[in-house]
Design a protein around this ligand. Structure first.
Ligand SMILES: Cc1ncc(COP(=O)(O)O)c(C=O)c1O
Length: 377
């Protein structure tokens, strides 16, 4: 097994050259405008709308993805007392924390083993008269069954909000994944494929929603003398937007390097039945998918094997992540939340996210993969 001199981390943020970022800062200094919907944030918003192919009137930028979720939940009425929302326990805590913070109760449905995304079938079984919305997650950027969820939302008159934190740049039938459901949230956290240090973007179906979202992220201030709701402070600042623009400039390169990393792992793991790389099919649910290859999740045969591999790799200076483990329903605030989810549990017990980031050498990827094969024996 190869020991790495420098640690191989599960991820590292993409950073533009210092000179480039510094030269761009001159604009901010000249404007003397740091936050509150400044010119760089506005330009970044326009560029994002173009890249995602969504009218800018159906987008809103935020300081991070968690507050974006919280605000869209509030704007779509999930803060009504007793509201239940069907979502997945196989996600990052933010998906459900944001629900709880607006007063809604998450109810956990199960996922499928190919995508680790919640399924419409599992969600449908949990719908009651208290259900107000469905919040599926495009886990690791893999699209959910979009048509299935659309049908479900229509049939029961439910709001449909996608946690698309991982799915920036993903397309379905050539159309941006941002254009599904009532709303989608993209996270621009530094650990993501595409980032703005911290940041988040909402895309939504109805442009009428924009004014409410813009107000809620700015304390719900309506005018100098009016404030008519409980808003918060969730505005993106100019320096974050500048970083976002630097990353946007190289988005195709960011995605193609992640794809090269994914393909390298796939090559080494081919034909091995004790490590299952989650597939990235070009066709699924009847549609064509353009993936972003943001993550490299693999499944082992059981919990003990996963734990052994995770610990062994550390000894060789390789740091993978048990992403997502534990299941949300095992965290203290969610323990009483109903819903049996055996497949999500199996996924949480057996999954590892492997190192993947811009600048990671493909020869190193090959060695990491070989170490995994050795440690799984
Ligand atoms: C699935 C998922 N949802 C929500 C979030 C929250 O996004 P942010 O960190 O931008 O607040 C993250 C990641 O951080 C995530 O992975």
């Amino acid at each position: 097994m190869k020991t790495f001199n420098e640690p191989i981390l599960v991820t590292r943020p993409y950073l533009p050259s210092l000179e480039m970022y510094k030269s761009k800062l001159a604009e901010v200094w000249a404007n003397q405008w740091l936050t509150n919907n400044g010119p760089v944030v506005r330009r970044f918003a326009t560029r994002l709308a173009e890249v995602l192919d969504v009218a800018e009137a159906r987008t809103s930028l935020f300081v991070n993805g968690t507050l974006a979720l919280e605000i869209v939940y509030q704007a779509l009425g999930l803060d009504t007392p007793g509201a239940e929302v069907i979502t997945t326990p196989f996600t990052f805590v933010a998906t459900s924390h944001a629900l709880r913070r607006v007063g809604a109760t998450p109810v956990f449905a199960d996922v499928d083993l190919d995508t680790l995304c919640m399924t419409p079938e599992s969600a449908e079984k949990l719908i009651t008269e208290k259900t107000k919305a469905i919040v599926p997650v495009h886990v690791y950027g893999h699209p959910c069954d979009l048509d299935g969820f659309e049908r479900l939302a229509k049939k029961y008159d439910l709001r449909l909000i996608y946690d698309a934190a991982h799915a920036f740049g993903v397309k379905v039938n050539g159309k941006s994944i941002a254009d599904y459901g009532d709303a989608s949230m993209f996270s621009f956290h530094s650990t993501k494929l595409f980032h703005s240090i911290e940041g988040g973007l909402l895309t939504f179906r109805k442009p009428e929603l924009k004014a409410a979202l813009e107000r809620l992220k700015n304390f719900a201030i309506r005018s100098e003398t009016e404030c008519d709701n409980i808003g918060t402070n969730a505005k993106m600042n100019e320096l974050a937007a500048l970083m976002g623009e630097c990353c946007l400039d190289v988005l195709p390169e960011l995605i193609s390097h992640r794809k090269a990393i994914y393909d390298t792992y796939a090559e080494v793991f081919e034909g091995q039945d004790n490590v299952r790389l989650l597939p990235r099919p070009e066709k699924m649910y009847g549609y064509e998918i353009t993936h972003n290859y943001a993550y490299v999740p693999v499944l082992f045969k059981d919990f003990e094997t996963r734990e052994r591999v995770y610990e062994t790799l550390k000894q060789y200076n390789i740091f993978t992540r048990r992403y997502f483990y534990p299941l949300l329903s095992d965290f203290e605030p969610y323990r009483t939340t109903t819903g049996a989810t055996p497949i999500a549990r199996q996924a949480a017990d057996c999954v590892l996210s492997l190192p993947s980031y811009h600048g990671l050498d493909l020869a190193d990827v090959r060695d990491v993969a070989k170490n995994i094969l050795e440690s799984v024996k």
